[in-house]
Design a protein around this ligand. Structure first.
Ligand code: AMP
Length: 213
């Protein structure tokens, strides 16, 4: 039986979002991306979104209390009853501990392992559709028409925090605050490692194996 409540863990640019889109379609469970939820809150101009703004633009973590507010609200939606893919959450050991206290269940943690050099290239070239969320890469996977989404015709742009100086900061935050989760979940026995530097199809197949193994 495959895990249906799991975390995709890995540095920014590891491919968590891309792989999640396919998992959502095949497994019929939602992706819960705290980064996406925060960006939606900002776009909607909520007070939570406003509070999160300065942290996000600086590549820092948003305070845990705001994150739990968003996650609990999302998990209460009916579609999360059958399972969920947690993407970008938890982001530090405090959040992981607090999840246990709040009974947010996780059966498996899949780590997407990608070398740091590759992350910088992936993130700084990443372009995202503001309308449907499709992702592109300026060099390796450009839109057919500059700045226009192939899928929905929306405007495609660089995320503010994908600029080089913020990318370096986010990778540092990952190393310091998020990567301790690897040992945390390894000792809990739930961690599986996947080589995220392979082709998207190979990575996907490895994730499915990791969810059932
Ligand atoms: P992401 O889209 O996952 O790269 O997240 C973008 C930004 O949102 C991060 O750089 C953080 O500022 C913030 N963020 C996303 N998820 C979390 C989280 N679980 N805890 C704290 N901050 C987060």
């Amino acid at each position: 039986m495959s895990a249906r409540r799991f975390i995709l863990l890995g540095p920014p640019g590891a491919g968590k979002g891309t792989q999640s889109q396919r998992l959502v379609a095949d497994l019929g469970i939602p992706q819960i991306s705290t980064g996406d939820l925060l960006r939606a809150a900002r776009k909607a101009g909520t007070s939570l979104g406003q509070k999160a703004q300065s942290f996000m633009d600086a590549g820092q973590l948003v305070p845990d209390a705001l994150i739990f507010e968003l996650v609990e609200e999302r998990l209460a939606q009916p579609d999360a009853a059958a399972g969920y893919i947690l993407d970008g959450f938890p982001r530090n050991v405090t959040q992981a501990d607090e999840m246990v206290g709040r009974r947010i269940a996780v059966e498996r943690v899949v780590l997407l392992d990608v070398p740091t050099d590759a992350l910088v290239a992936r993130l700084s070239g990443r372009r995202v559709c503001g309308q449907c969320g499709a992702t592109y890469h300026a060099d390796t996977f450009p839109t057919r028409l500059e700045g226009v989404c192939d899928a929905c015709g929306g405007a495609v742009a660089q995320r503010k925090d994908d600029r080089a100086e913020v990318v370096a900061q986010r990778l540092e935050v990952y190393a310091k605050e998020t990567s301790p989760l690897i040992a945390y979940y390894a000792s809990a026995g739930t961690l599986r490692r996947v080589d995220g530097f392979e082709s998207a199809d190979t990575v996907y197949a490895s994730i499915l194996t990791a969810l059932s193994a």
